[in-house]
Structures are given as structure tokens and as C-alpha cells.
Design a protein around this ligand. Structure first.
Ligand SMILES: [Fe+2]
Length: 388
């Protein structure tokens, strides 16, 4: 079964609905809240100490500290978990889960070697909290920037306002809102995480968006031709001003970056967090997470933690609606605002680049095993805009 499979749990961090949260541990201080005994965990680190695993760039973390002390419905238990992962070749394997922040006796660290259903329950409660992060931050967390563009979905976004408000002070458009610096900031470059389809597929479309924005924004001389921007009587003057004024040029670069980030976030970024919801939101939990390591039973302990079937059907219906596409594929604009023939060429080039990306991603998915396939960032499946 999937919920017994640790590799699948690790894969969810790399191609799941919330696949841009995992970070490489760069410093022991990131483990300050983690009540882990070095000796207990050592064999899971292939004999390395925590410090050695960090130095070998093999230790990864998802820390949902932001959920700590979050106001919530008193009938619902919401964990604020920390999970540690260890890279084995191209797999990210979970090695320890602590369900709440801080060190205390009733907040144990669970390991894959614990009782089977206790470990499964730890993973389920982790994912339950991860789902709150996904909805409140990954999915609706760009509220501040994108509120005018979220349209009907606003009201759902508003429910998560507390977390969004908490998150907005640390979220940066030029890091979390922009793929290349986010990958570096989280320490998940290809050398450290070889198999990361979200990163690799998103990168191709990000490059197409980058080229599109740059070509549209910057004068570009083509062999034997004019620049499209050069068609405008002011364009040559504008170009000269930018060349001579470093400050103006910097501002133009910043504007271009903002445009790339917005287009990326509204298309690729949203597609990555939105269209897998039906696949991944199988259940929500009730009751309480494990606080000790006693032996547990499937029927007595695991199944009663899952919401009753009528609630699950409602969830399935909601995620099915949320996973539908309501606008055209990226580059195939609903309304054409660009009519200048030379500028239309740039749109056509953008479409060609996206078509090449489509072919490349389809090729990649043919080489990926069924459970490692990731069709969600095929440009043909990425809508132009956030609409749901
Ligand atoms: Fe959405």
C-alpha cells in the first residue's frame, strides 16, 4: 500500500502537490527544535553523524514551524511537524518525524523502525499538516501579490489569512517567487537532488518565460532586420538612455524580473500546486496524533483517524473541481493584446519554445517510471492564468 511506502512519501516532496518546500539542511541550528538522539538515528544515516550528513549534503528537512500556535478549531488537531530526509542516490527517504515543535517527553521523534502503524500515523499526521501549508501558503500564499487576480477563489484564500499574514513577512518575490533563486536558497540543485521533476520541468518553462519577457522588454537586433521595439519612434532614445544610465538600467532589470515572476507564478507556479490536488488529497484526519511508541493496529488506530466517507466524498468533489483547467494553455492567450507585427513574432517564438518544452517533457515522462511520471508542468497542461 502507498501509505506503507517510505520512498513514495519521499517522492511526494519532489513531485507532489507541495513540492517546493523541502530544503537541504545547511547548518546544525536548523535542527534546534528537533529532539533527535544522534545515536538513535545514526544507522539511518548510513553510519554518518548528523553533522557529517549535513557536510555530505545529504540531509533534508521540511519544518512546518509556522503552524505552531496557529489559531484553529479546538475540535481539530493541527500538528506543526518537522520531518528529516536522507538522500540515497536519487531517492529522498524519510528518516525521522517529530509532530510538534519543541523538545518534550510527549513529543517523540518517530522512525521508520517504530511500530508499523505508529510510523504510518506519524506520516499521515505530517501530511495532514503539509496539506494546510499547501493550501494556505503554497497555493494561496501569494495573496498579497496576486489578490486582484485570484477572482472567485479569493474567499477560500481568505480562510487562510492568518497563515498568509504570518508568511508574507518572510516571502520574497525575488526568491520564493522566482524559480532559480528559490532552488539555490533551498539548496536543492541537481548535484544534491538528482531527481526533482518539479525543479527540472519548471526550469524549462521558466526559461521560455524569461526569454519572452526579455525579448519583449529589451531591444534586440536581428541579423538583417530591425528590432521590434526599434519600430517605436522613442525606442532608440529609450535604449540610449538605458545604456547611459546604470540606475535606470537596474530598474528596468528589476521590472523585467517582476514581470517574469508574476507570469511564472500565475502559470507554472500555480499549475504545480493546483492540478495534483485530486490525486493527493485522499483524506483528512480526525482525532489525535500518536504521542508514544506503543504498538498500534490498522482497524483500532489507523482507520478511525480517517474522516468518515461522506466527508471524504465532499473533499474528493472539491479537489476535483479545483483540479480542473479553466483557461487556455500557456502562450495561447484568450485575448490578444499584442498586435504589432514585430511583437507578434515574439509571441510566436514564445509559443515555439513552449512547444519544444512540451516535447522534451513528454520525452522525459516516457523515461520516468509510472510512479515517477510528472505531467503537471507540461506547457500544454499549464493554463495562462490562475482561475481556480
Ligand atoms: Fe488554485
Amino acid at each position: 500500500m502507498v501509505w506503507e511506502n517510505d520512498e513514495k512519501f519521499g517522492l511526494q516532496r519532489l513531485l507532489g502537490v507541495n513540492s517546493s518546500v523541502i530544503r537541504r539542511v545547511k547548518d546544525m541550528s536548523q535542527l534546534d527544535n528537533f529532539n533527535v538522539d544522534e545515536n538513535e538515528i545514526r544507522w539511518l544515516l548510513q553510519g554518518l553523524t548528523l553533522k557529517e550528513a549535513i557536510d555530505a549534503r545529504k540531509l533534508f528537512i521540511v519544518d512546518h514551524a509556522i503552524l505552531d500556535k496557529c489559531p484553529k478549531n479546538p475540535k481539530i488537531t493541527l500538528c506543526s511537524p518537522i520531518a528529516l530526509f536522507f538522500r540515497e542516490e536519487d531517492k529522498i527517504m524519510p528518516i525521522a518525524i517529530q509532530l510538534f515543535q519543541g523538545r518534550s517527553d510527549d513529543n517523540p521523534v518517530f522512525f521508520p523502525t517504530d511500530d508499523k502503524y505508529t510510523w504510518i500515523l506519524a506520516k499521515m499526521w505530517f501530511n495532514n499538516a503539509d496539506a494546510q501549508i499547501h493550501q494556505a501558503i503554497s497555493h494561496f500564499g501569494f495573496f498579497k501579490l496576486l489578490a486582484p487576480h485570484l477572482m472567485a477563489i479569493n474567499n477560500i484564500g481568505l480562510k487562510f489569512l492568518y497563515l498568509i499574514a504570518k508568511h508574507k513577512d518572510t516571502w520574497r518575490l525575488n526568491v520564493e517567487g522566482c524559480l532559480p533563486p528559490d532552488i539555490v536558497d533551498r539548496g536543492v540543485e541537481p548535484t544534491d537532488v538528482p531527481f526533482y521533476p518539479f525543479r527540472d520541468d519548471a526550469q524549462l518553462t521558466y526559461q521560455a518565460i524569461e526569454e519572452y519577457v526579455d525579448s519583449y522588454r529589451y531591444p534586440r537586433y536581428r541579423p538583417g532586420g530591425t528590432t521590434w521595439i526599434g519600430l517605436h519612434p522613442m525606442a532608440d532614445l529609450e535604449s540610449k538612455v538605458f545604456q547611459e544610465n546604470r540606475e535606470a538600467s537596474k530598474k528596468r532589470d528589476e521590472l523585467a524580473l517582476v514581470l517574469k515572476c508574476i507570469i511564472y507564478t500565475c502559470s507554472v507556479g500555480h499549475a504545480a500546486v493546483n492540478f495534483k490536488q485530486y490525486d493527493e488529497y485522499a483524506l483528512t484526519l480526525i482525532g489525535h496524533p500518536p504521542k508514544d511508541k506503543r504498538e498500534r493496529d490498522l482497524k483500532e488506530d489507523a482507520i478511525p483517524t480517517i474522516q468518515p466517507i461522506n466527508k471524504l466524498l465532499t473533499l474528493m468533489g472539491l479537489t476535483k473541481v479545483l483540479s480542473t483547467r479553466a483557461t487556455n494553455a500557456l502562450g495561447n492567450f484568450e485575448v490578444n493584446y499584442i498586435h504589432d507585427p514585430a511583437a507578434v513574432e515574439l509571441v510566436e517564438q514564445f509559443q515555439k519554445n513552449l512547444e519544444n518544452t512540451r516535447k522534451e517533457i513528454e520525452k522525459r515522462n516516457k523515461t520516468r517510471s509510472a510512479e515517477r511520471a510528472y505531467p503537471f508542468l507540461n506547457p500544454a497542461e499549464i493554463p495562462n492564468a490562475i482561475s481556480i
